[in-house]
Design a protein around this ligand. Structure first.
Ligand SMILES: *[C@@H]1O[C@H](CO)[C@@H](O)[C@H](O)[C@H]1NC(C)=O
Ligand SMILES: *[C@@H]1O[C@H](CO)[C@@H](O)[C@H](O)[C@H]1NC(C)=O
Ligand SMILES: *[C@@H]1O[C@H](CO)[C@@H](O)[C@H](O)[C@H]1NC(C)=O
Ligand SMILES: *[C@@H]1O[C@H](CO)[C@@H](O)[C@H](O)[C@H]1NC(C)=O
Length: 355
């Protein structure tokens, strides 16, 4: 009896120890707040056109747009079709060209010699690619912020499949270790459990990123048998026998895979603003070496991205090499929320390099 109590105490201590470690690991990865005193004027003001990712809108750029405008740049942050405060509903967007119409309007209204810097986040990368192909002479540079970057020899379907392939690997790895720890503890194999906990420490110090949300998420993933994008919801306007026509990210997916390192205020803002994004096959737009390929491309890597994982980003970089790669360490998928100043600094230097 006494022995049993002692064992129970030990299990409790181990769990406490484990939770404490997770909290510490999480605290050490929290990001500093946005400095308010950045007023660096630029020598060469540029026109930035910022294109949001799936389900998001122009609002997602509020921090970066402020920093760019403070530096005298012109900023156009757009709502694509049925996004942000765009009054059009997702059912009214039968094809890709209607979805990207707001960007078409901007591009055709540019002055004859005016050039813009196109910045695409996430799915926005596929959107800006269309305009690099259509208006290569109007694009000074294209920036892919942890974005879909398909190209002349790498089609959208392949990139999409690659992104989906990596989307859960991190969770699954963490899950495998944690489930073993639990298994050992329940079977009174404390030594083995302790060894695995030590291993978790090791992984953490190697910056492999294990946090509480991911722990919960991975357990949940097993219990619910895991949909591809967790609680993401789908619409089937073409009938349930056909592929989904639109989707909106669920709160759990957003918290664990998009915003896990962003300020909670920004996640909460997003939870009240995301909308259904229409799903298209972007392969209908062929990208050519002559047009798309003539535009200077920069890829910005977010190393802690759980949606377009680092492996998927590296896959695109390797198979459709851009002119330049910049890395933002410690950023989740929402670079503009988790690392706005770093993103701004890279955009600023891209602007300087195109003066
Ligand atoms: C602003 O300029 C200062 C001095 O040149 C520099 O140290 C700082 O990093 C710049 N800030 C940004 C955000 O570019
Ligand atoms: C995309 O590329 C892959 C591999 O090159 C090919 O097998 C596939 O048919 C292509 N899909 C489309 C829609 O072009
Ligand atoms: C839905 O059906 C229409 C008409 O057949 C087709 O043009 C459209 O591409 C389909 N949408 C999706 C997302 O499959
Ligand atoms: C990002 O982290 C990697 C690996 O830890 C390191 O090699 C690289 O220098 C870092 N890059 C930046 C820009 O901090």
């Amino acid at each position: 009896m006494i022995q049993k109590l002692e064992l129970k105490n030990m299990v409790e201590k181990l769990l406490l120890f484990f939770l404490l470690f997770i909290c510490l690991a999480k605290a050490s990865t929290s990001t500093p707040s946005l400095p308010s005193n950045i007023h660096n004027k630029t020598q060469s003001p540029k026109h930035f056109v910022l294109i949001h990712g799936a389900c998001h809108g122009a609002w997602s750029w509020y921090k970066v747009a402020t920093l760019l405008r403070n530096s005298d740049h012109i900023v156009t942050a757009l709502d694509l079709g049925a996004s942000g405060i765009n009054p059009i509903q997702v059912q009214q967007l039968p094809s890709l060209s209607e979805f990207v119409e707001p960007l078409t309007k901007v591009m055709v209204s540019l002055l004859p010699n005016e050039k813009v810097i196109l910045v695409g986040h996430s799915l926005g990368g596929a959107v800006i690619s269309i305009f690099m192909e259509r208006f290569p002479h109007k694009v000074a540079a294209a920036v892919f912020v942890t974005a879909i970057m398909y190209g002349p020899t790498l089609n959208f379907s392949t990139v999409h499949a690659e992104v989906m392939k990596f989307i859960y690997t991190k969770c699954q790895k963490n899950y495998a270790i944690i489930s073993l720890v639990i298994q050992y503890l329940f079977n009174s194999e404390y030594f083995a459990g302790l060894c695995l906990l030590t291993l978790l420490f090791f992984i953490s110090s190697d910056k492999c990123h294990v946090d509480l949300l991911i722990v919960f998420d991975t357990v949940d993933w097993l219990v619910t048998k895991g949909r591809d994008l967790m609680d993401t919801q789908y619409r089937y306007d073409n009938g349930t026998n056909n592929p989904a026509t639109s989707q909106v990210f669920g709160p759990k997916f957003m918290a664990t895979s998009l915003y896990q390192l962003s300020p909670p205020q920004d996640l909460n803002l997003a939870l009240s603003l995301v909308r259904l994004v229409p799903l298209y096959n972007y392969d209908v737009i062929k990208l050519t070496k002559e047009k798309y390929g003539s535009v200077r491309r920069v890829f910005i890597v977010a190393d802690q991205d759980h949606a377009i994982a680092l492996d998927a980003q590296n896959y695109m970089i390797k198979n459709n090499p851009p002119n330049e790669v910049k890395v933002i360490n410690g950023s989740d998928h929402m670079v503009m929320f988790s690392k706005p100043v770093e993103l701004f600094c890279h955009l600023q230097s891209i602007a300087e390099n195109h003066s």
